[in-house]
Design a binder for this molecule. Structure first.
Ligand code: PLP
Length: 232
């Protein structure tokens, strides 16, 4: 069995190859290691192999890990799962980024609850790009409204878009989805100064996402192995 360090190395090689093929600079795509359901020992193994960006989906599990690993002070923690409004306070207190903002109420609460001694919270708007009933995320029509609202909140910095394209698309569907995302990203990237993140691409669509302009891929399984619980 491969170690976490070896799997990370493979992921970096794949990112490097995809960025090269798409004629993009080699450092233009960040790797977010998605450690949901995995023990802190796995996060430490990845950290020791040089990984610094970690993503968690479940608020309480994520906060527990942030606290337990607070001595690793250069980790950047990203919340990427749905957040209920009664959980915004602990998220605002413990995370560096929240990629899963899709409601005005959540944005306002994160802004109000971001502790004064911390820098503004980095956020991405989660966009339901394929209009799937089952997925969270705002739809394309409402994206502009939420972006403008967040731009006016002083304790949040709007960094970009996070999306989870639908599973098992045809090649054509995948191209259409990723192109549509890139178009929306480019539109805001040119007009908003901090809007630099297109968070798309997971273990099984990372390369296609990079060909279509992803700046951050979120990789769980390919680094930490299969998750063995049913809620993931
Ligand atoms: C679980 C998860 C990932 C990682 O998915 P893998 O297929 O394991 O790479 C990425 N993004 C989000 C939002 C997730 O929930």
């Amino acid at each position: 069995m491969q170690t976490i360090a070896e799997r990370l190395e493979t992921a970096h090689a794949e990112i490097a190859s995809a960025t090269a093929k798409s004629h993009r600079p080699s450092n233009s795509v960040k790797l977010l290691a998605v450690s949901k359901t995995k023990p802190v020992s796995d996060i430490i193994a990845a950290y020791e192999a040089g990984q610094r960006l970690f993503g968690e989906n479940y608020v309480q599990e994520g906060v527990d890990k942030v606290q337990e690993l607070s001595h690793l002070s250069d980790i950047e923690w990203h919340m990427i799962g749905p957040i209920q409004s009664n959980k915004t306070k602990i998220v605002a207190e413990h995370f560096h980024w929240v990629q899963s903002v899709s409601r005005e109420k959540i944005a306002r609460r994160l802004n109000d609850q971001r502790p004064a001694h911390l820098p503004p919270l980095n956020v991405c708007i989660q966009l339901n790009i394929d209009d799937e009933q089952s997925k969270s995320g705002i739809n394309k029509e409402e994206f502009g409204y939420l972006a403008q609202l967040i731009e006016g909140l002083p304790r949040l910095v709007l960094r970009g878009i996070m999306a989870i394209p639908k599973a098992n698309p045809s090649t054509q569907e995948q191209q259409a989805t990723l192109s549509a995302l890139k178009e929306i990203f480019d539109q805001y990237h040119t007009s908003l100064s901090n809007f630099d993140t297109l968070s798309v691409g997971m273990s099984n669509d990372m390369q296609e996402a990079i060909y279509h302009g992803s700046t951050m891929v979120r990789i769980g399984t390919a680094i930490f192995g299969q998750r063995n619980n049913t809620t993931s």
